[in-house]
Design a binder for this molecule. Structure first.
Ligand SMILES: *[C@@H]1O[C@H](CO)[C@@H](O)[C@H](O)[C@H]1NC(C)=O
Ligand SMILES: *[C@@H]1O[C@H](CO)[C@@H](O)[C@H](O)[C@H]1NC(C)=O
Ligand SMILES: *[C@@H]1O[C@H](CO)[C@@H](O)[C@H](O)[C@H]1NC(C)=O
Ligand SMILES: *[C@@H]1O[C@H](CO)[C@@H](O)[C@H](O)[C@H]1NC(C)=O
Ligand SMILES: *[C@@H]1O[C@H](CO)[C@@H](O)[C@H](O)[C@H]1NC(C)=O
Ligand SMILES: *[C@@H]1O[C@H](CO)[C@@H](O)[C@H](O)[C@H]1NC(C)=O
Length: 732
């Protein structure tokens, strides 16, 4: 199976122009009971902060801060209301803002302050304020500090912040109208620093993320800790008929103290560069960064989710960058400079003149210290003036592999978090959790060169946009928290225990999951200790190591909708451990594993082969089969098994003779909708090693299914009112 998968994937990736396949499994809300937190009349659960040591999740919503149990967020521990005063509310509405929505206090900053307090800021009816929240009493200290520069005025404006050693670094806007963008540091013991208010520094930015990367201890350059900011802004360097948006990474050094005369109280280390997220095969350019997550390894990796407002609207991509590439751009790259061409028209071009020393924008490192510059305050004017005029690098930051890790159609990705899990093969896998603006969470894992979306989880069945994602990566209990306008939802990182057969457990190719031979169940490996010899995991999807005694379930157990009818009425089914569950979702239409995409394979030229799909849906469900987009008719068959509650289980298969490579697609169709799966079948001249065990087992399962169908047909043909059943496998 492994070999088939690989060849199939490589080939498919080229043919399908690198678009990610549809998620392999979709978990509906009814199948996984997720824990939710919601308080009546409270909205905009937009700020989350985790205190993993104390098992507390802090939630900043509109006019209130909550503390909930991070292991079960439906357990509220404390709350602190922080409402705007009537006077402020009135004042704000007189300035033309909405009294009921905008002129309220949206909690935007929730950062650890010390062991017993949080630092919090809110928009406070367009007069941002900050305060200290004491955790024991869960009361605000009432400091009401001016929050300008730390918190936006307008709840609709973008902002980001990160607390580093007690200092708040934030990207927001400084004015009521939101016209003055700023990246600043508010500190107890270091000087207040900010960006210049000038187009080359920040040009209508939309901030998405900020984080710190610590310099390694005793690093040879004597380099400093750095704070990175990610945003999308209007380009100055490209000419376009309209405003051209461009994704940026900017950074400042922690020890920056500003200049003495030039750049007084301003960053002397602010540099920014373009981030590239571009798919060269099909020339898709992703120019809007929506969120960033930094995986802090020894060599940190920056993951970004991107969309586009150019040629590929409706697509999203994930690109990843290594920090060393970023640092090379800032420490060795060329700068840009503005040149006036014709009158009053400036053009940004590469700077090719002499660069002053110490290098403009560099931290105070060994090189600067060797020149006797021990602080940014005594840097020479030439260096400072240069960085003031040249904050933009000419070199850009290219993604790892020079292309996106993932491109997906018809979806808008909003947020990303990335977990790492060491699988039983000893390799460490990055697992990406990516949210959409329609309430979905995609879980994607990279196997070899290929990135697959292994699961889709319906977090918000009402399709709300997911605004915040947070990962709790404690060893055994890992969760994702997602915030929206109306609630917060908590999901485990994997649903291994829902996969009831060994084959299904392996086919999911989820590095968290393995089949436990002792327990005869699919388990999360992080929750197991020292049971390696009892666990089976094979991330290439090869389930041939599954114990022979492990029953092949048909339909597979993920079909929670299969009724008790079958096992009562048919002896050969009753011996199978069907999961019996009465369905409340009578209109659920779904394909069930193994999907067509799991049947990726090489076939021999002129040999006959079969493909099959099955699923559950309403009574009118039927399969449509296509080969290279052309409907297949005579060779396609359906068999239907009625379930209690009015739904049916439907199996469809095709028999074909291969002469050339082709894409096959099965689609289950009903008036209620459609679901498809597809596979690319490659034809080879030489004899391949034969069908995998997995597939031959499924083939025998199908033939058993056909027998059952035949049995049913006879049974029901002889009975009187048998209109529900339709079995048509004649000629197969
Ligand atoms: C706050 O929540 C309300 C209610 O869902 C929503 O209409 C509004 O857009 C949200 N506002 C912001 C700034 O997220
Ligand atoms: C979470 O807490 C709620 C309320 O206390 C309780 O009803 C529920 O069973 C708990 N859920 C889990 C998974 O423990
Ligand atoms: C945390 O900060 C608050 C406010 O400044 C102060 O009252 C409190 O004593 C501090 N707690 C600790 C443990 O330092
Ligand atoms: C740096 O300062 C030291 C001591 O004041 C002096 O000996 C040395 O020559 C200076 N180095 C440079 C490059 O100016
Ligand atoms: C895009 O997704 C929506 C649901 O999210 C679906 O209704 C629509 O048919 C999809 N369009 C295409 C072209 O796949
Ligand atoms: C079975 O298929 C044949 C030909 O494909 C068709 O004539 C016949 O009506 C079908 N029978 C049923 C019960 O659908």
């Amino acid at each position: 199976m492994a070999v088939y998968f690989l060849s199939f994937l490589v080939c498919f990736a080229l043919r399908a122009e690198a678009f990610a396949l549809e998620p392999r499994l979709t978990w509906q809300e009814s199948e996984i009971s997720l824990t939710r937190f919601q308080v009546q009349d409270v909205y905009n659960y937009s700020t989350l902060l985790l205190s993993d040591d104390n098992n507390v999740l802090y939630i900043g919503a509109r006019e209130v801060i909550f503390a909930v149990n991070s292991q079960n967020i439906s357990e509220k521990k404390q709350e602190a209301y922080w409402k705007v005063t009537e006077v402020k509310n009135e004042e704000c509405s007189r300035k033309g803002k909405s009294k009921q929505t905008e002129c309220l206090n949206y909690i935007r900053v929730l950062q650890p302050f010390n062991e017993s307090a949080l630092f919090v800021c809110g928009t406070n009816a367009f007069q941002p304020v900050c305060d200290i929240l004491e955790l024991n009493s869960f009361k605000l200290a009432g400091k009401n500090e001016d929050g300008r520069g730390r918190c936006p005025f307008d709840p609709a404006q973008s902002y980001t912040s990160v607390m580093v050693d007690g200092d708040l670094y934030s990207g927001t806007s400084f004015t009521f109208l939101g016209s003055e963008p700023i990246i600043c540091r508010n500190s107890q013991h270091l000087s207040y620093l900010r960006t210049e208010y000038a187009v080359p520094w920040l040009n209508e930015p939309r901030f998405v993320h900020a984080d710190v990367i610590r310099a390694p201890e005793n690093n040879p350059d004597g380099d400093d800790d750095k704070v990175y900011f990610f945003f999308t802004e209007v380009s100055v360097e490209y000419e376009f008929f309209n405003k051209l948006l461009i994704p940026r990474i900017a950074r400042v050094c922690k020890s920056d103290q500003g200049g003495l005369r030039t750049l007084q109280k301003k960053w002397t280390t602010f540099l920014k560069a373009r981030m590239i997220c571009h798919s060269p095969e099909n020339n898709l350019i992703f120019n809007v960064v929506n969120d960033v997550f930094i995986l802090k390894l020894r060599e940190p990796v920056i993951y970004g989710v991107f969309t586009s407002h150019l040629n590929n609207v409706g697509m999203s991509a994930v690109c990843s960058y290594s920090l060393s590439t970023v640092e090379d751009v800032f420490t060795k790259g060329k700068y840009m400079q503005s040149a006036t061409v014709e009158q009053a028209h400036t053009k940004w071009v590469q700077f090719n003149g002499e660069i002053p020393k110490p290098r403009p924008g560099a931290c105070i490192n060994n090189e600067a210290k060797a020149m006797n510059y021990t602080s940014s305050l005594n840097l020479p004017d030439k260096t400072l003036q240069f960085v003031k005029d040249h904050p933009l690098m000419d070199d850009s930051v290219a993604p790892i592999g020079k292309r996106p890790k993932l491109v997906h159609q018809n979806v808008t990705y909003t947020q990303i978090v990335v977990d790492q899990v060491t699988a039983l093969d000893g390799n460490t896998y990055d697992v990406m959790f990516i949210s959409t603006d329609k309430g979905m969470l995609h879980k994607a894992v990279s196997h070899d060169m290929d990135m697959r979306i292994i699961e889709e989880i319906v977090l918000f069945p009402d399709h709300q946009a997911i605004q915040t994602l947070l990962l709790s990566d404690k060893q055994a209990k890992r969760y994702i928290y997602a915030g929206s306008s109306t609630e917060v939802v908590q999901t485990p990182v994997a649903f291994c225990e829902k996969l009831a057969s060994c084959a299904e457990c392996i086919l999911t190719r989820d590095p968290y999951c393995a089949w436990h031979k002792g327990k005869n169940s699919c388990v999360n490996i992080l929750a197991e200790s020292n049971t390696d010899r009892l666990l089976i995991q094979s991330l290439n999807g090869d389930s041939s190591h599954c114990p022979a005694s492990s029953p092949i379930l048909f339909p597979p157990p993920v079909t929670s909708l299969v009724s008790s009818m079958a096992s009562e009425l048919h002896p050969s089914l009753s011996s199978m451990p069907l999961e019996v569950q009465s369905s409340t979702d009578s209109d659920v239409l779904k394909l069930l594993p193994p999907f067509l995409s799991d049947q990726g394979q090489l076939v021999q030229v002129h040999a006959t082969f079969h493909l099959f799909c099955h699923g559950t849906g309403p009574k009118d469900s039927h399969f449509l089969w296509e080969k290279d987009g052309v409907k297949m008719e005579s060779c396609a068959k359906d068999a239907i098994l009625p379930l209690s509650g009015g739904n049916v289980h439907i199996l469809g298969w095709v028999r074909d003779i291969a002469t050339k490579d082709a894409e096959y697609r099965c689609t289950i169709e009903t008036v209620a909708g459609r679901k498809s799966s597809r596979v690319f079948v490659r034809v080879t001249g030489s004899l391949n090693p034969g069908w995998s065990n997995e597939l031959s087992r499924w083939k025998s399962a199908i033939s058993e299914h056909s027998n059952i169908m035949e049995g049913w047909k006879k049974n029901w043909d002889g009975a009187m009112q048998c209109s529900v059943i339709r079995a048509n496998s004649s000629g197969s």
